[in-house]
Design a protein around this ligand. Structure first.
Ligand code: CTP
Ligand code: CA
Length: 226
């Protein structure tokens, strides 16, 4: 098996993938979360592993079984995800951040379950740290950094802006306008944009096949990095 692995195209390279949602605690029984299933990130981690990479998958809470033959780091909150990603970032050659990280988190977490009282109730939130932007900031030229963008309007413009702002090599734009694309489905429709601003539009396909498309892009660009 070791002999076979030597020959795979990503053998000897470390990859870091983030996946799933984050849960931001409000009190001991409640959280702020989102509908991310983790399927896209898990599919990318799986493909990278099959290409021979040594994969670390940092995953928010999902219902998916942990994939074999890779390091899975389960996390709950955006803060925990940041800490785990920063820990594995420096050694990684390929970094794909596909997690749906909460943008805001409660300023305070109640120690006891919050009881209902008034008719109106609000929770004070503060911004989370942008994990992808943090990594983009310290990216070395031999690292390939890929992010995702979820947009409902001005899709291309917003995605290109994120690519530049977060110092990415590629951004995968998830279109929510298409049926069968996005959260909790087995299929996805993406547009991949590079640093020159060129975009490739892909048809609706299984998340596994989208992961393969992303990995062929990685394979094309890894030689210029190492
Ligand atoms: N991301 C991250 N840390 C955050 C928020 C987002 O690492 N705190 C990453 C996501 O994993 C994704 C990319 O940033 O790869 C874009 O996420 P998205 O939610 O589309 O963009 P935001 O920059 O959060 O902007 P907005 O939600 O306002 O569109
Ligand atoms: Ca966001």
């Amino acid at each position: 098996a070791d002999f076979a692995k030597e020959k795979l195209p990503l053998s000897g390279l470390k990859a870091l993938v983030s996946a799933g949602p984050t849960h931001e605690a409000i009190d001991p029984v409640r959280f702020i979360g989102n509908h991310s299933s983790g399927k896209m990130g898990f599919a990318i981690a799986q493909q990278l592993k099959e290409l021979g990479a040594d994969v670390t998958l940092v995953s928010g809470p999902t219902a998916l079984p942990h994939p074999q033959q890779m390091t899975v780091i389960p996390v709950t909150s955006a803060a925990e995800m940041l800490e785990a990603c920063e820990k594995y970032f420096d050694d990684a050659s390929i970094i794909v951040m596909s997690a749906a990280v909460a943008d805001y988190t409660p300023i305070e977490v109640a120690f006891q379950k919050i009881k209902k009282k008034e008719n109106e109730f609000s929770i004070a939130l503060k911004k989370t740290t942008d994990i992808l932007a943090t990594l983009g900031n310290k990216k070395k030229k031999e690292q390939l950094l890929i992010g995702f963008a979820l947009e409902t309007n001005n899709e291309l413009e917003n995605a290109k802006d994120k690519l530049v702002r977060k110092n990415l090599d590629f951004i995968v734009l998830n279109s929510m306008q298409d049926q069968g694309a996005g959260f909790a489905t087995d299929t996805n429709k993406v547009t991949i944009i590079n640093r020159s601003g060129e975009s490739s539009v892909f048809p609706l396909k299984s998340k596994e096949d989208v992961a393969k498309d992303i990995c062929s892009l990685i394979l094309q660009h890894i030689p210029s990095k190492i």
